[in-house]
Write a protein that binds this ligand. Structure first.
Ligand code: HEC
Length: 133
């Protein structure tokens, strides 16, 4: 059995599911992801710079209750001017766009992260982020 093939299929299915959620319920909760898998994605991709504990900033701001929060809202974190003037609210869709391509979503921002191309991993990650509030 091809491991790569199986992973690709899983990723493709995630894309489909995420797509369906966009189409059916754009403003409702982000229900497609697997929070446990999302915790692993967070640990591997984000935890170096972000804590999920309220009030704990690392290289990046705390992501406690980030879903629904306005961008650059943590008072004691030094955001880039680009982030401060982005005008974003961190909906699941907006986080998805940012995590896909941080430098495109916030040009001039200071998050040194290249982006997460795997849609399934992003859906899981966002489900996890949404669960910590
Ligand atoms: C190398 C460090 C680093 C990594 C890795 C990283 N971030 Fe960030 N993140 C930052 C920094 C720094 C900022 C502030 C950016 C700015 O002000 O332009 C930020 C900002 C953010 C914000 C905006 C928060 C707010 O209060 O407005 C979100 C959401 C976010 N990151 C999510 C993630 C996610 C999810 C991951 C993992 C996929 C991740 N980041 C990986 C450093 C990082």
């Amino acid at each position: 059995m091809s491991l790569v093939g199986a992973r690709w299929k899983r990723a493709a299915r995630g894309t489909l599911i995420a797509g369906a959620v966009f189409a059916l319920a754009p403003a409702v909760s982000w229900g497609a992801g697997d929070t446990q898998a999302g915790l692993d994605v967070f640990a591997g991709q984000c935890a170096e710079c972000h804590s999920m504990k309220e009030g704990k900033n690392k290289k990046g701001p705390s992501l406690f209750a980030v879903v629904g929060r306005k961008a650059a809202a943590i008072a004691d974190f030094k955001y880039s001017d680009a982030m401060k003037s982005s005008g974003y609210t961190w909906t699941p869709e907006q986080i998805d766009a940012y995590v896909t391509a941080p430098k495109k979503a916030v040009p001039g921002g200071t998050m040194k992260y290249d982006g997460l191309p795997d849609a399934k991993a992003r859906a899981d990650l966002i489900a996890y982020l949404a669960s910590v509030k």
